[in-house]
Design a protein around this ligand. Structure first.
Ligand SMILES: *Cc1c(COP(=O)(O)O)cnc(C)c1O
Length: 498
């Protein structure tokens, strides 16, 4: 399988796309065509465990990787998930299911891809004969950073530096990153919000001057954000896996459509559902759930993406994003894979802060996607109500999705003759990862300390506390530096000399 840039400049192998992270014309790599997964393929996957399903599907997307090695890597990656299933599907009521993606080493769905990316990257370097050190540059709104650090800790030939917005992550997320082990890691807080942080990192990737400076030090740059196809592709797997689990548990019949509700920030998670559909999975609507930073809701409703708006800090920080990188991949598809037009739009976004799609493109988007956003109060209400009704506790990001899911169901039920597809809500983080906000949502009370919050949530819900979160409580904080965005490149350069 070859990969092409959304801006038209490049056609490369899967290995090259993973190692490079982003195309040299600034575009994102997308598969040259979508591999088709047949009914027979799906029947074959029914009896497989999650790792085997992942190896089968990723084998189609990365066909130059050795199949046995890929399977071994998937097995090793998903053995790190508590409970033995990387993406269990939990039925909460008839027609509504939670796809729990947070049982990995850092308690958020980013683990699904970041436990596997080191393999794709290392093997990719081998295949390409690359012997330089690979520097993974990460801008994180909280969860990617920690998951990438865990994935790449002490990986051979790799260094990783993570930048996060100083005020933009939860205390638990900060602690998770600040206490990271490993000789090849650096973690730095950046003044400003996630968009400032992401922009600073993107500037390094886009600058030939900086790339040259790194080359002189025998270092090449790569990315662990979902702009990297190696980080993005493993997310396609759980859409298939959820569907197969619905089939094998007798909840649905072959070819029936399933809707997915996805708490969205950078548009990577939900786009993976769109890719699954392109590969043949009977996905109905993909419902894009946003928090108060509702730029995507506006886009999906009106067809104009306009980032000239205030940035809000919310209790779902991993979705506090205004510039959603992966939207570029969707725009590319709905434009009929028009790279010149995609390039023009991204330029317009950079220069004027907005772009619009044509009415027929908007129509195509609205056939696939629905969208809504939840305020802080609505999120709290959804978490509270769902716990009271079903005894199911969820984190704040999942709470945003649940609020939209309930509203969507309600609205559908009122439409005459509308058919209600089974609804799968993606649960993207453990409630213990955002203990203060979740405790507040469950009880209406504040708790000063994160670990007190963990303890109290445990008392109320009897839900098991993840081992990895227990472990950081008494760990010393190694990383405390805070820098301004214009110092990000300098810091990365200094880090490779260490
Ligand atoms: C990253 C993240 C999201 C948003 O996913 P995107 O792929 O950026 O849209 C939602 N919830 C949690 C918990 C996350 O960590």
């Amino acid at each position: 399988m070859e990969y092409v840039s959304t801006r038209g400049g490049e056609r490369v192998t899967g290995a090259r796309a993973v190692v490079q992270g982003i195309a040299s014309d600034g575009g994102l790599f997308v598969p040259a065509s979508f591999p088709q997964i047949s009914r027979a393929d799906c029947e074959g996957m029914l009896g497989m465990d999650y790792a085997e399903r992942a190896a089968f599907l990723l084998g189609k997307l990365f066909d130059e990787y050795n199949a046995e090695e890929l399977l071994a890597a998937c097995k090793a990656a998903y053995a790190r998930f508590e409970g033995g299933d990387a993406a269990p599907l939990v039925k909460v009521e008839n027609g509504m299911y939670m796809l729990e993606l947070f049982h990995g080493p850092t308690c958020a769905f980013k683990d699904i891809a970041l436990t596997l990316l080191p393999f794709l990257l290392r093997k990719g370097c081998d295949m390409l004969g690359i012997h330089e050190t690979v520097l993974i540059l990460v801008a994180t709104s909280g969860d990617t950073g920690k998951a990438a650090l865990e994935g790449f800790q002490d990986a051979e030939g790799v260094k990783i530096i993570v930048f996060y917005p100083d005020d933009g992550v939860s205390k638990m997320q900060k602690l998770q990153m600040g206490t990271q082990d490993g000789a090849n890691v650096d973690v730095v807080a950046v003044k400003g919000n996630f968009d400032d942080c992401q922009a600073a990192v993107k500037r390094i990737f886009a600058s030939e001057e900086y790339r040259e400076k790194f080359r002189e030090k025998h270092v090449i740059l790569s990315s662990a954000n979902s702009i990297n196809i190696g980080r993005f592709a493993p997310q396609i797997v759980y859409y298939f896996s959820a569907y197969l689990d619905l089939i094998s548990s007798g909840q649905i019949k072959w070819d029936s459509e399933v809707d997915f509700v996805v708490p969205t920030g950078n548009f990577g998670n939900i786009l993976a559902g769109y890719y699954a559909k392109k590969m043949g999975l009977p996905v109905g609507k993909l419902i894009c759930a946003s928090n108060r930073n509702n730029v995507l809701t506006d886009f999906i409703k009106k067809g104009t993406y306009d980032i000239r708006r205030p940035f809000y800090k919310t209790m779902s920080p991993s979705m506090d994003i205004i510039v959603s990188s992966n939207l570029e991949r969707l725009i590319f598809e709905v434009s009929g894979r028009d790279a010149a037009l995609t390039r023009e739009r991204m330029q317009s976004l950079a220069e004027t802060g907005r772009y619009s799609v044509r009415p027929e493109e908007l129509k195509a988007i609205r056939e696939q996607f629905a969208a809504g956003y939840a305020s802080e109060d609505e999120t709290v209400d959804a978490i509270y109500e769902f716990f009271t009704e079903y005894g199911y506790a969820m984190d704040t990001h999942t709470g945003v999705a649940m609020s939209i899911a309930l509203r969507y169901e309600e609205k559908k039920k009122k439409e005459p003759g509308a058919k209600l597809n089974p609804l799968v809500v993606l649960a993207t983080a453990s409630p213990y990862k955002f203990p203060q906000a979740v405790y507040y949502a469950l009880t209406g009370n504040d708790v000063k300390d994160s670990f007190k919050g963990v303890k109290r949530i445990n008392l109320i819900t009897a839900m098991k506390v993840p081992e990895s979160l227990k472990a950081i409580r008494y760990k010393p904080v190694r990383f405390k530096d805070v820098i301004s965005p214009d110092k990000v490149a300098e810091r990365a350069l200094a880090f490779v000399d260490m």
